[in-house]
Design a protein around this ligand. Structure first.
Ligand code: GLN
Length: 197
């Protein structure tokens, strides 16, 4: 059976585990390198990227994660997890580093401080009806590399046109929290990507 891990040192871990179980894969929390070695794919959840960065280092997961991502492990970064996957960030704190792998520039807390959270219906070519997305102190994607596919953008309001979902080969990232709305389509999309290996 396909095994998908969820980086579990910080962030919305339980919700992602539940969604993954719903799409028929074995879902496991990952806190140490030995656990990382056993998964076929990984979710980097939403939470706080600066804390994730620090915890990944102190639990000696940072380098093993970087290596597996560079070696082609399918990885799905959501919100703070999108920041962790980005090759480049703006609005980070002093010394903040990312795992990298995804050729994009991501702006942290991009939608403005006064707009802590909002919801929007997004269009994905792969889905036949809109995907309801919840954004919480979310980043957006400011630059995409040549091989990065834009999967969805905000369709109206002040952030219209902003890129909020991307894919680059086996790396998938969303600005929003797909684990919070009970819609398992993105987890299903990711699980298919892992199964197709
Ligand atoms: N603003 C957070 C960060 O920079 C991300 C917020 C989230 O994951 N909901 O890490």
């Amino acid at each position: 059976m396909t095994v998908i891990g969820v980086f579990a040192l910080q962030g919305n871990v339980r919700e992602h585990l539940a969604m993954l179980a719903q799409v028929g894969v074995e879902a496991r929390p990952v806190r140490r390198p030995s656990e990382l070695a056993e998964v076929d794919g990984l979710v980097l959840p939403g939470g706080e990227s600066t804390t994730m960065d620090k915890l990944a280092r102190s639990f000696e997961l940072f380098e093993p994660l970087q290596k597996r991502i560079a070696d082609g492990m399918p990885t799905f970064g959501t919100c703070a997890g999108m920041i962790m996957l980005a090759n480049e960030i703006t609005g980070g704190i002093e010394g903040q580093e990312t795992l990298g792998g995804l050729d994009v520039t991501v702006r942290r807390n991009a939608f403005g401080r006064q707009v802590d959270s909002f919801e929007a219906d997004l269009k994905f070519a792969a889905f036949d009806s809109p995907y309801h997305a919840v954004f919480i102190r979310a980043p957006w994607v400011e630059r995409v590399g040549r091989d990065v596919e834009v999967l969805s953008t905000v369709r109206s309001g002040p952030a219209e046109g902003r890129i909020v979902a991307v894919r680059h080969d086996r790396l998938l990232a969303t600005s929003f929290h797909p684990e919070m709305t009970g819609d398992a389509r993105l987890h299903g999309y990711f699980a298919d990507l892992v199964r197709d290996l």
